[in-house]
Design a binder for this molecule. Sequence first.
Ligand code: ADP
Length: 444
Amino acid sequence: MRREPAPNIVLGAIADDFTGATDLANNLVRSGMRTLQVIGVPSAALSLENVDAVVVALKSRSCPAADAIRDSLAALDWLQAQGARQVFFKYCSTFDSTDDGNIGPVADALLDQLGSKQTVMVPAFPINGRTVYQGHLFVGDRLLNDSGMQHHPLNPMRDADLVRVLAGQTSHQVGLLNRATLAKGAPAASAHLSDLQQAGGRHVICDTLDESDLEVIAAAVVEMPLVTGGSGLGQALPAEYRKKGWLSPVENAGRLAPASGAALVLSGSCSRATLGQVEHFLGRHEGLALDPLALAESDAPIEEALNFARARLSGAADGPVLIYASAAPQAVEAAQASLGAARAGELVERALATIAQTLVAEGVGRLLVAGGETSGAVVSALGVGELRIGEQIDPGVPWTQTQVAGREAPLSLALKSGNFGGVDFFTRAFEVLNEQSAAREEGA
Ligand code: ADP
């Protein structure tokens, strides 16, 4: 009798951007799955011992559809080789896509490669105000096309009717699993999905008003080879995996190795939330500002910042200290008027990436980075390929751990995109780490 090899991981996810990947990974951990996030498709073998889910972070949201398909299929190939039981295509809860895709074309390509006939589309994230009713996506109390998303620079969303939006991205039939059916429970939802499939319905937009709708959907789709959606569905699926016996219960899926080394905050985000966090931090700890105009003249400000940090992170002192380019809108506009927005941004990103690389090599072991692009620059300078996801600091932002060259112990890394986090985020993040270490010692 032929025996199927035991799947190595329960869930393999393909996320269309980096912070979206982290958001999903964070929710999976909170629902009890030990999760690894990898940046791009790994080129080397990875140890997946004690890992229940892997999220592959791509940059495939707004690129040409052919590129998004190629990268997503490469990710799927890799996840299949790791024995993923279910595949999850993750996109934004506002269904961010261009006119030509990329949600429809990528979902079609993944279905073809998996040899599967149907998938669901579940973008909703009710706790963040993203709900779907009669196939229409709402952000808070506004329809998607009236929520500000109609002005997005890369993927403006001008239609809230997701059945119609998706029908413009695929030649296959798009159906709807509506709220009235969900209210009857998972068996009714499953029966409706089968009926749709019989009639050729390949993609099914799912209504979702609240968490209980997500639970019904998760129960109805747990056996599907491919599901698609936002991180809300990611929060609901693990309970179904446990019911199936696929997932062994763990005490704390976000448990990381003890953190060690000096603490540094690097901030290149100029969002309102980050500016408040910088100010709050400076009221309690020391920091140094970087000026893009001075960076355009020479590398002297980088040296100055390194020396500032070294003086405060040596001996028994282990921080945190802050190096930041974050500045109020007038200062950003002045720098951009003089240097151009792209060059000002590049100068700051390169400086912060160099500072991260140098100070991690010198003993920084707890690093917090603010800014999406800034995080990308730092992660690539450090050569980070994979992140083990730990406990959440604030919604959507967990501590992570990674192994970097030149450092024996793991590096604790928190990557915060602009508008995330409460005003005390920069200080509380380190308290969360300390609490984790204390709890571990107590438990030991
Ligand atoms: P967010 O997540 O808040 O959007 P990002 O890091 O993605 O933050 O983007 C902020 C951009 O602004 C980066 O490219 C960064 O280099 C740039 N930047 C940071 N500080 C300044 C400044 N003082 N003047 C001009 N540009 C800046």
